[in-house]
Design a protein around this ligand. Sequence first.
Ligand code: AHG
Ligand code: MN
Ligand code: MN
Ligand code: MN
Length: 336
Amino acid sequence: TTEELPSTDIITLTRHVLLDQLRLGTAATGDLTLLLTAIQVTSKFIATNVRRARLINLVGLAGETNVQGEEQKKLDVLANDIMVNSLRASGKTAVLVSEELEDAIIIEERNKGKYCVVFDPLDGSSNIDAGVNIGTIFGIYEVRPGSSGTPEDVLRPGSEMVAAGYTMYGSSANLVLSTGSGVNGYTLDAALGEFILTHPDIKIPPRGKIYSFNEGNSMYFHPPVNAYLHSIKHPKTGSPYSARYIGSMVADVHRTLLYGGIFGYPDDKKSKSGKLRMLYEAFPMAFLTEQAGGLATTGTKRILDLVPKNIHERCPVFLGSRDDVRDLMKFYDAKL
Ligand code: AHG
Ligand code: MN
Ligand code: MN
Ligand code: MN
């Protein structure tokens, strides 16, 4: 019997992104590759701290409240600092927007590049102390022609992003990325210190059988959402959908990309615009979902067509398998 040897032809994230840019003819500057290298490093750094959090006194509250009125966890603050420092030092950024910072950071002249990065440094904070999956979400714009970097450079539709992705810190660290030509997933090989291509060309199944909503809020949900949820729990034919809700957007979206189904965080009677933030939660995840062949909507509008008026604006989010999202939209069309 011949035992199979491990592959010696591994594709690292850097190699893959470089090849991509060569193919698209955008390798001339390699700027995006360098920026993505900086982001990879932040993910490794945050992953290491997440792993050791319990051991090095990194669980619990930091003692401050962010601009959204949420109590910051120590890891929220640490992940934010890691991102800001590394992105600034990359020399490739002009504007940084973080969930944890009230104002956009405008990078000083000597470190300035042409990209704007919007990010949620640590997503799923409520899950940190239980050791449940958390993540980092990011989206990348280029500054507008002639601009040297202002907050207006990110007050643009999500469809204008040049790249978006997330890293999920789970049983392994998984980085999922799109530069606008499909979606690829990479797994951190901790021994090598490299993200290795493990999920090439992710395509979301056209229909799934899982729904992912915080149904504890259903007394506040609007009629179309409750009617839709009822329809998948009491189908006229076939079996009802399964419920899976982790409460970390990164983990819930990751599962949705791989298994299919629908993830939703609606606006409701209590939260007029929903909870998720347009720039650094909804847009990057909508970008990835569409690039994987799925749909992302507010119920009535394509998420990537929205234009934020301020950097911390929120919006309703429904995303996932094409047919499941279309089914939900029918309930909105029916104006229940
Ligand atoms: P964050 O931890 O970055 O503030 O984001 C939390 C978000 C998101 O991860 C998740 O989908 C949602 O909040 C969960 O909210 P509920 O606890 O209200 O379900
Ligand atoms: Mn938060
Ligand atoms: Mn978040
Ligand atoms: Mn966060």
